[in-house]
Design a protein around this ligand. Sequence first.
Ligand code: NAD
Ligand code: GLY
Length: 360
Amino acid sequence: MSTARQLDVALGQRGYPIWIGAGVLRDAARWRAAIRGRHVLVVSNTTVAPLYLDTVLAGLGGLHSAHLLLPDGEQHKSLARCGEVLEALAALKANRDACVIALGGGVIGDLAGFAAACWMRGIDFLQVPTTLLAQVDSSVGGKTGVNLPAGKNLVGAFHQPRAVVIDTDTLSTLPEREYRSGLAEVVKYGAIGDAAFFAWLEEHADALSARDGAAVAEAIARSCLHKAGVVARDEREDGERALLNFGHTFGHALETASGYGQLLHGEAVAIGMLLAARLSADLGRAPAADADRLERLLLRVGLPVALPPGSDAEALLSLMYLDKKNLSGQLRLILWRGLGAAEIVPDVADGAIRHRLREN
Ligand code: NAD
Ligand code: GLY
């Protein structure tokens, strides 16, 4: 067996392991044990499959398996493509003990996980995340879903995977911008709840930028540990889980305003986290020096911190009102009291947000 670190998401009967290690995907003896039946559908895309599909298929010998490759891109996280996954399960004659393997980034993980949630009212699935963002965030926690023309992630289900297989070697083929975008979510964990991890990230910023194997594996493990804890305490986002959206209300508005694909998700989140930190300081809730520290770390790992030129504060503010966290039409922002201490703030005045959007 390869040496892999194991973390556990403690959700009782629905709990599951997260294995993190270099080469863990080649160690089929480990992850195959999580497959209970004989039918397996591997879902991937045309970018990731040529790199890693053979390794997965090699581990499935003796089982009745098939694979479905979708085109690459967020626009394919759709109901239509989900229908294709369900048709592939039908063609496989998948029973209730069948398993879906999601091999790819967050797009494939969300889509294939949602198809697994729908087939026969829910079958097993394994997450095999191959982007840093998916390894530290989307593969853990059971949020699955697809987009509608009306908005991102509007259709979905909470459906936990049976296991998460994080092979850090897969990051070697990830484009630089995608890798740095994933680092924004890593920084987020330090920012919202773990000042010691934030300090560790400051110490290891150069190693992380250089994709040093040990530093990257440690950053992934600490991120997953944080997320697994939050999910175990608040699976359905009745409270604490909302803190994981630090920077995301601003970020989603920015992604929409600038057109999908202009800013990667993590880039928009980086700008959004700094806006949230500076707004917290504007409101007297947090020290401005902590926002400065956040800005320095984001810059060191190569992430943007300023709004794109020409950003329209009024348009961004109205987009923020479309956020899923809002209740009864009222904006709920995730702000902080300082490094490692995020909080939900339900009543921030529009004027203060407008001011911050114009200042950045
Ligand atoms: P992605 O899945 O589009 O992957 C980014 C790009 O990298 C794609 O072109 C992909 O083909 C490519 N790629 C993936 N792995 C690779 C590898 N190892 N080598 C080379 N190329 C590789 O994007 P993402 O950033 O991973 O995920 C974004 C999606 O995740 C969004 O749809 C977002 O809504 C979702 N998300 C979900 C959650 C959740 O909790 N479920 C959390 C955060 C984000
Ligand atoms: N990405 C936020 C969550 O999983 O809750």
